[in-house]
Design a protein around this ligand. Sequence first.
Ligand SMILES: *[C@@H]1O[C@H](CO)[C@@H](O)[C@H](O)[C@H]1NC(C)=O
Ligand SMILES: *[C@@H]1O[C@H](CO)[C@@H](O)[C@H](O)[C@H]1NC(C)=O
Ligand SMILES: *[C@@H]1O[C@H](CO)[C@@H](O)[C@H](O)[C@H]1NC(C)=O
Length: 377
Amino acid sequence: MRATFVTLVAAALSTLVSASPLEPGIIARDDGKTIHVTPGLNAISNAIKDAKKGTKIVIEKGEYHEQLTIKKDGISLVGKQGATLYPPNKYYSNACTGVAATVDPSDTTLPETQAGICIKEHIRVASVENYVNNVSVKGLAVKNFDVNILVIGARNTDIAENSIVDGIRYGLLSDGSHDTTVKNNLVTTSNDTYFIAVCMDNFSGARAIQNKVTGYGIAFCTQTSREVIKRNTVKKHCLGVVVDPHIDGVKIIDNSITEPKNPNKCKDTLIGILLDGASNAEIHGNTVKGHEVPDPGSGWGILGFDDPCVDAQGNPSQSLACLYNPSPSPFTGNVITNNIVRKNTKDIEIFAAAPNVVKNNDCLASTTPGALAGTCK
Ligand SMILES: *[C@@H]1O[C@H](CO)[C@@H](O)[C@H](O)[C@H]1NC(C)=O
Ligand SMILES: *[C@@H]1O[C@H](CO)[C@@H](O)[C@H](O)[C@H]1NC(C)=O
Ligand SMILES: *[C@@H]1O[C@H](CO)[C@@H](O)[C@H](O)[C@H]1NC(C)=O
């Protein structure tokens, strides 16, 4: 079962200037620190070009069809109620073009992926030396891009109170960044084929707090050690929170992960919290309910296992984390306590050689041979 499972998850994850202040759309520039934008051709992009370090760009209600790239420190975008960013009629290539994989990477005829808001370091380098600092995006609706918001090589980025809707591959993706906070956003799609709601970087300081996430295949993919996922509400998902191999010390606290999709939209697999070779994770206070799948499918509330980083045939695993680091990733040192895990086909199951603490959860004990379910109360 484990090999089948690892293969399944691997498959799921691998498909892993300066302008005039009188530009149309810019109605006022008050103290040199705030620019107001109304709808017009490339109105927000022009404001970003015009902005100086620390400028706040206030986006008035209306539809904006453009791609945004932010490479300046301290820029904040503030959307007023009803300010919505949509894809332009025609994309141009920017620093975020092609960063996320397409639906089918083997199909070279597919256009490269494009991001709605691209927050990207100043210079394209393999190791980030020139971070873009202190950018924030608040109160904006962003709809229908491949990746609605993409954060690369950034430090101290705040993405808060936005409506991030129908991101085809990702609602929000951050990569190679430090201190990315994703808070109080609505991240949603009604298209069952859309992939990941929020996927966070691999450097440090990733936080996802109090977001409402619905409709995606995966709600949170966790690829940063010590990432914090707290007080989020997740519904209509296949997989709620996924922690990748070799990721250490993640905190998954006080989330509600309930009412997943119909399993027939999820290859008959539903999992609330999936700990794939995770270590030293702290998981408490979560409510994980309703991951029920009829035979021969599989449903778990919380599932953890050692990931050998090879597939059932002994070939290297295609999951991104195993490609970066192909050594086995043991499930060890994790603490899973005081969660409510009910009405799942299997509430809690752990398959691990090394010790973990699993206790004081409100759950139904597992009867699967070899599974450690810890104590249920
Ligand atoms: C970013 O913000 C922090 C704290 O607000 C400040 O200390 C730092 O100097 C800022 N960095 C840049 C490059 O503006
Ligand atoms: C879902 O998205 C796919 C790919 O973008 C599209 O072909 C399909 O029509 C969409 N389905 C619905 C119900 O919108
Ligand atoms: C983090 O991402 C960079 C660039 O994408 C990659 O080179 C590195 O191996 C990744 N590290 C981990 C731990 O995934």
